[in-house]
Ligand binder design. Structure first.
Ligand code: AMP
Length: 416
């Protein structure tokens, strides 16, 4: 029979890599609570309309990358390609705006995009992200960016670059888009077919094209930074000033546009010098119209999403300390009940304990203890059972001592 493989673009995660995932997930839970973010978990699939309305029907994600299917009741559902639209949907549906404060959320979970798989790019990948609602202060933008940069730094990721831009708002962006369209049209014949299509749809995305000819043309197209309205200009200036108070260095990049249509004002991206072609670690920005767009109140929002596989690639050399394993061995199957009870007591005390039910003789059990990398093997034999004691073998040094069961707790406290 043919072997069944995991679908293209997905991967299995297990030890030892899984230890890095636990480390990263714990770090996220701990770090973001310091800023009063609360975890939110939303469904992995949603009505397809949420994403076409939320992310923008003209975006690459919605047009080419969604896993959309019809369920048995003929509903169009989509595996979430990102989580901001879902968090906003959840907040509106559960009226969280009225009941929770502050309106700050973080999430961790899988996203799905029909992307071309390569190193660091998958069809099922894991993101964590944060969202702040109901606060349009530019200082919040700076704090969100700080909480991205500082978190990555604390993980030991140093070689990264923060690109910063303002993509304008409904006051100034339409005027700029007109200017941009006009300029792009004069170069239309030199642009690739994809970019030609973007002129009418979303000309900002021309800046994303990786083809050298398009990139060269993009280099001379008008920039949003020259067309911001007074409010966007002031907002952006305060974001930059606050970032300087926070000691966050950044690079202004007026050609950085984000892949999702909902962004307004501040947009940012963190790239890593250590990754290859897929070097984006994290991206985010302000989305002051999304909540209203999805049927909620007229309320500001800002957030980011980070690619966890790409962060894990940076934790290659991280040694996550593991709890030492205790192995309970019994010389003869007749002592199995004692062994099981000793294992139970030790687990109650919080130790990771293993015992081998197939253990035919001590030699085989020692071999197993080595395979599971036990630090100590606790041996029960006739003598130990009679005297209420236990022998303890240090698996690294092979030294063995015998102590009474009463002293075991004390001994473990000192020697574990
Ligand atoms: P986005 O939601 O497109 O702004 O992406 C945010 C972050 O998610 C990116 O900076 C990447 O780190 C990560 N990411 C996006 N798409 C993928 C993918 N197909 N595979 C792995 N990571 C991804």
């Amino acid at each position: 029979m043919n072997e069944i493989k995991a679908p293209k673009g997905t991967r299995d995660i297990f030890a030892p890599e899984i230890q890095k995932w636990h480390y990263l997930e714990n770090a996220i839970h701990t770090y973001y609570k310091k800023f009063l973010y609360q975890e939110i978990r939303t469904p992995i699939f949603e009505h397809s309309e949420l994403f076409s309305r939320g992310i923008g029907s003209e975006t690459e994600v919605v047009q080419k990358e969604m896993y959309t299917f019809t369920d048995k009741s003929d509903r169009s559902l989509t595996l979430r390609p990102e989580n901001t639209a879902s968090v906003v949907r959840a907040a509106i549906e559960n009226n969280i705006f009225e009941t929770l404060a502050p309106l700050r959320f973080y999430y961790i979970g899988p996203m799905f995009r029909y992307d071309k798989p390569q190193k660091g790019r998958y069809r099922q990948f894991q993101q964590f992200g944060i969202e702040v609602f109901a606060d349009d202060s530019p200082q919040v933008d700076a704090e969100v960016i700080f909480a991205a940069v500082d978190f990555l730094k604390k993980l030991g990721i140093e070689a990264m670059q923060l690109d910063l831009n303002s993509v304008g708002c409904p006051q100034c962006r339409p005027g700029y888009l007109q200017v941009l369209r006009k300029a792009a049209r004069t170069e239309e014949s030199r642009l690739c077919a994809d970019c030609r299509r973007k002129i009418d749809g979303n000309p900002l995305r021309i800046f994303d094209c990786k083809l050298p000819a398009c990139a060269e043309i993009a280099g001379s197209l008008p920039l949003i930074s020259d067309h911001l309205c007074g409010e966007c200009r002031d907002h952006f200036a305060t974001v930059r000033e606050t970032l300087s108070w926070m000691n966050v260095s950044f690079q202004l990049n007026p050609r950085m546009v984000r892949g999702l249509d909902y962004y307004t004002k501040t947009a940012f991206e963190i790239t890593s010098g250590q990754l290859g072609a897929q070097n984006a670690l994290l991206g985010g920005g302000r989305y002051n119209n999304l909540i209203k767009e999805l049927g909620g109140p007229d309320m500001a929002g800002i957030g980011f999403a980070a690619g966890m596989e790409r962060i894990i690639l940076h934790l290659q050399h991280l040694e996550v300390p593991q709890a030492k394993i205790l192995f309970v061995a019994y010389q003869d199957p007749q002592w199995l009940a004692h062994a099981i009870q000793l294992a139970q007591v030790l687990r109650e005390e919080g130790f990771p304990v293993y015992l081998d039910y197939q253990g035919k003789n001590l030699k085989k059990q020692f071999k197993k203890a080595d395979r599971v990398a036990a630090a100590f093997t606790l041996i029960l034999a006739e003598d130990e059972i009679k005297n209420g004691s236990v022998s303890i073998k240090n698996m690294a040094t092979q030294e063995q001592i015998k102590i009474s069961l009463k002293e075991l707790n004390e001994w473990l406290k000192k020697n574990y």
